[in-house]
Design a protein around this ligand. Structure first.
Ligand code: NAG
Ligand code: NAG
Ligand code: NAG
Ligand code: NAG
Ligand code: NAG
Ligand code: NAG
Ligand code: NAG
Ligand code: NAG
Ligand code: NAG
Ligand code: NAG
Ligand code: NAG
Ligand code: NAG
Length: 833
């Protein structure tokens, strides 16, 4: 009998699912009016977007990605909606919230968002009308004088207004915005326009259109600038009757008038395994995405004009120089600054704006070894010398720069005058690329007649420079990544209070607006510290103190960023500093952390003025907490997280000296554009494991850094302390000597308290530290083994190698292995230490 009950329960619940009231329709009959309100079938998604579905065409399989029409709210604002067609995950009982974020394929009111309580009306006279909540008409369909009977969304993602005979009057397919779905066409004269979604100077200025000769992508300027082309290799004429179809497996061009049955394949594509769509993305790339049911997400299957970021006009914004090798943007030196400090990809602006008045005040800034993105201009055939090229530009006020591509030398090349300057693509000097493909750019700048301090070349962009690569003695190991000092200070709230600080949504940290954080931090005035990842400010929110980190160099604040934030935010452990919120808008990436009142460990272990030294029991507690926090990151999270920058500055202490590790996950957040995760050296000099010099880097680098921190805690000094006499300045070297001479006790910090009382435990931790410092990463313990040793449930490996540093070869080529981007960070290294 008992065994039957579950079966019964299943049957009962099954019968509930089978006959639900349909939650949505794919068709609606005129007249009908919808108000944009939460009452509409709505869903929220992990990227903070939300949808309110009016019409839905369920996937023929009965579940999975399905086309829907309704209100869409993207993640940058909670009260601006578009009327859009999007692909969402649905099943017969509703929209599956927190599935893949909606993919918008068509938008009625691009750039003109509506708010809560806006209405969408379907009438037989005028078809669809979108009115904002104040009644103003935002968008309407043109149905001529035909009478609309209803509206339908088809299984191909076409929104159709039909008449009483079911024949179509208006279709969304005929008015493409930024995307095409399979079967949809782009007619001659139409364009796909990159959506003003977020970010980049290209915002709504990239467009794709069909012209004689094929498919062309331009950045809209005066004159327009061509950056992408898929050519047509036949003499098919292109006019109003020509259209390009995104078919399953091809992009093809056809003409209804001239050669009805002839079509020209523009490009062969992979056959679709599921739903695909092609979109002109906000950054100008023309990408095809496909749904992958295995991971319930969308894969990019093709980037039609190429994935090379520097080939796109907005890669680094106006005047930006895109470095292929470093995937980094820099500004021309001297006369330009970054438009926005922390987002180099948003481009550069002239310190002194250029005027037309006196050409004598115009000077040239030369950038050599560049091309102008992959600018295509076959009309510029004139072969002239570089001086004539520049002179012509000086005479023409609207000319802002020239790009000169050499044939053989500066007397023989092609000259491209530019009226609006987008990104340059930097080659390595003397690279063996075809000499035709690059040359030099000469940018016109204004030198103010009245001496303006800002025009002085000394002001040249010190923030970035392709500066020389560093390298030195043992310090050759040591790289220059960022110092992050976060002092998270006082909090007196118990666990419950913390809970209501977190939003109800599971796993999602609170989303703040920039303005809210501005208020919380008193306009970012109380700076707590600064490091490579960003600046940290103190603030308070809802009567709780918080630490707000403003991230440097986060690249695009996009959905991936949010995913990463979410991952970090979902990691909860008593020995990890909790990410409680964030802010992401067009320009800012900010993280909000709990605030820890005793600041970072470095303030406490290096005998500093006026601080009572921590005694051994407290130090031991701190050590155990760090170990547990790291153990959780390495072994217990669903996704292994390597910290990469364990050091006392990243260990924070609460009022009871409980220790928490902070800044985990950030290196991934910052570098997430890179597919490779661990090939770039990162960390802090003094804490870097030796295998950074070789290829394989694993979580054992954290174990090494932890070992260094242990020795520092035991000895009460920094590993690298240049205030000591020379032979003592490297603590790990000293440790090696002392361990070989069996004089380890000499090293112990005299301020530890009663060393004799704890000697056995201290020596055990010392041995543990030496285990962690093994040259060979494989011989180091895992963090769980470390925890066991601390709990005396395990013994330290008895066969330790005491050559901690003498096995390090003199590294001369260390610097060359360092990703050049590291050197770009050097200027931000001079943070407090
Ligand atoms: C679906 O259509 C039916 C009949 O037209 C209507 O009664 C029902 O309310 C509609 N459902 C929704 C969710 O709009
Ligand atoms: C979506 O999120 C908003 C704001 O966080 C909330 O008010 C709303 O109830 C959520 N809707 C659903 C369907 O979960
Ligand atoms: C449909 O999706 C909802 C939301 O994810 C889920 O609760 C429900 O069980 C699903 N129903 C079916 C029949 O798969
Ligand atoms: C929307 O309209 C409802 C009913 O008229 C009203 O209660 C609500 O406050 C309105 N919402 C907004 C955001 O204006
Ligand atoms: C309006 O409809 C009439 C017939 O009903 C037709 O003759 C006329 O051309 C239509 N006008 C327009 C502008 O379509
Ligand atoms: C609506 O679209 C579906 C799917 O394409 C189609 O089967 C149906 O006939 C259409 N309904 C009308 C009234 O056009
Ligand atoms: C229009 O399509 C609907 C649904 O597919 C169907 O029920 C109706 O009979 C069709 N009407 C005409 C006139 O074809
Ligand atoms: C080009 O046009 C000529 C005549 O106009 C025709 O004979 C030839 O087949 C065309 N070529 C292609 C590739 O369509
Ligand atoms: C294209 O069509 C428009 C009207 O739709 C017409 O005015 C224009 O002349 C046509 N252009 C060509 C090249 O046929
Ligand atoms: C050309 O198209 C017409 C109608 O569009 C069709 O009847 C004819 O069979 C087609 N011819 C070929 C060779 O495909
Ligand atoms: C595309 O074509 C392939 C075979 O060529 C087929 O298996 C697939 O179902 C098609 N996909 C769509 C979305 O039509
Ligand atoms: C779909 O996703 C799975 C899991 O991420 C991956 O292994 C697979 O290669 C993907 N399929 C395609 C066609 O990309």
């Amino acid at each position: 009998m008992a065994a039957c009950l579950p079966v019964l329960a299943i049957l009962l619940s099954f019968s509930f699912v089978v006959n639900p009231q349909p939650l949505y329709n794919s068709t609606a009959i005129a007249p009908i009016s919808w108000i944009n309100s939460p009452a509409i079938l709505s869903a929220n998604y992990s990227d903070y977007s939300s949808t309110r579905v009016l019409l839905l065409q369920l996937n023929p399989d009965g579940l999975g990605p399905s086309f829907a029409a309704g209100f869409y709210c993207n993640f940058f604002s909670s009260n601006s909606f578009s009327f859009s067609i999007f692909i969402v995950n649905a099943n017969s009982t509703g929209i599956v919230a927190y599935s893949f974020p909606p993919r918008v394929i068509w938008t009625a009111n691009q750039g003109y968002p509506v708010t809560e309580n806006a209405t969408l009306q379907l009438t037989s006279q005028s078809g669809l009308t979108l009115r904002d909540s104040d009644g103003s008409i935002i968008w309407t369909t043109d149905v001529g004088n035909r009478s609309v009977a209803g509206i339908n969304i088809t299984e191909y993602g076409n929104l159709v207004l039909f008449d009483k005979d079911n024949s179509s009057i208006w279709q969304s397919w005929e008015q493409p915005t930024d995307s095409l779905v399979i079967g949809q066409s782009l007619a001659g004269g139409q364009s796909l326009v990159a959506a003003d979604f977020f970010d980049t100077s290209l915002t709504d200025r990239a467009y794709l259109t069909l012209l004689a000769g094929g498919l062309f992508a331009f950045v809209n300027s005066d004159p327009q600038q061509l950056y992408g082309h898929i050519s047509l290799n036949s003499n098919m004429s292109v006019d109003n009757s020509t259209f390009m179809t995104f078919a399953n497996g091809t992009l093809k061009m056809s003409s209804i008038l001239h050669m009805p049955n002839e079509s020209q394949v523009l490009i062969n594509l992979e056959a679709a395994k599921g739903i695909q769509y092609m979109t002109l993305d906000y950054d100008g790339h023309l990408r095809i995405y496909e749904y992958n049911s295995t991971n319930d997400n969308w894969n990019m299957v093709r980037d039609l004009f190429g994935t090379e970021k520097c080939n796109y006009p907005a890669s680094c914004g106006h005047y930006g120089i895109c470095s292929i090798k470093m995937e980094k943007c820099i500004c021309p030196q001297g006369y330009f600054t970054q438009v926005y400090d922390q987002r180099s990809n948003l481009g550069c602006s002239a310190i002194t704006p250029i005027t037309c008045e006196d050409a004598n005040d115009h000077h040239w800034v030369t950038i050599s070894d560049v091309s102008y993105f992959n600018y295509i201009d076959d009309t510029a055939f004139s072969i002239i010398d570089v001086e004539s090229c520049k002179e012509a530009c000086l005479r023409n006020c609207s000319c802002k720069a020239v790009v000169y591509y050499y044939y053989e030398n500066s007397y023989n090349g092609r000259c491209f005058p530019l009226s609006e300057v987008f990104s340059f693509k930097k080659y390595k000097a003397n690279s063996i690329e075809s000499p035709n493909s690059y040359g030099s750019a000469y940018i016109k700048v204004q030198v103010a007649p009245s001496p303006s301090p800002s025009a002085s070349p000394q002001l040249s962009s010190s923030r970035v420079g392709l500066g020389p690569i560093l390298g030195s003695t043992f310090g050759a190991l040591l790289l220059f990544l960022s110092l992050i000092i976060i002092y998270l200070v006082c909090l007196r709230r118990d666990e419950e209070e913390q809970e209501d600080f977190i939003e109800k949504l599971p796993g999602l940290p609170t989303r703040f607006s920039f303005e809210e954080l501005q208020v919380a931090t008193e306009n970012f005035t109380k700076k707590l510290g600064e490091g490579g990842f960003g600046i940290v400010f103190e603030g308070s929110w809802a009567n709780k103190r918080i630490a707000v980190k403003s991230l440097h160099n986060i690249g695009h604040v996009n959905k991936d960023f949010l995913m990463e934030v979410q991952t970090i935010g979902s990691i909860h452990h008593i020995n990890l500093v909790r990410l409680t919120g964030f802010c992401a808008d067009k320009l800012n990436g900010l993280l909000v952390y709990e605030y820890m009142c005793n600041g970072s460990l470095d303030k406490w272990i290096y005998c500093s003025e006026g601080r009572v030294p921590l005694d051994w029991p407290i130090r031991f507690k701190i050590i155990t907490h760090i170990a547990k926090g790291l153990c959780y990151l390495h072994e217990e999270c669903t996704q292994k997280i390597v910290h990469f920058d364990i050091k006392p500055e990243n260990i924070l202490l609460d009022e009871k000296f409980n220790a928490k590790v902070c800044d985990f996950g950030l290196s991934k957040l910052i570098d997430r554009d890179k597919s490779r995760v661990m090939t770039k050296m990162r960390g802090t000099p003094g804490y870097l494991a030796p295998e950074w010099l070789t290829a394989m880097v694993t979580e054992k680098v954290d174990v090494y850094s932890f070992g260094v921190v242990l020795v520092e805690i035991l000895c009460g000094r920094r590993n690298l302390d240049y205030s000591q006499i020379e032979e003592n300045c490297h603590l790990i070297a000293l440790l090696e000597q002392k361990s070989k001479r069996n004089e380890l006790l000499d090293l112990i910090d005299k301020n530890l308290g009663d060393v004799e009382l704890y000697e056995e435990e201290i020596m055990n931790v010392m041995k543990l530290a030496m285990w962690c410092l093994q040259w060979d990463g494989n011989r180091r313990p895992s963090m769980s083994a470390v925890v066991k040793v601390l709990e005396r449930a395990m013994e330290v490996d008895s066969s330790l190698d005491y050559n901690f540093i003498s096995s390090i070869p003199m590294i001369t080529n260390a610097a060359s292995q360092v990703d050049e981007s590291a050197s770009l960070l050097t200027s931000s290294l001079s943070g407090p230490r």
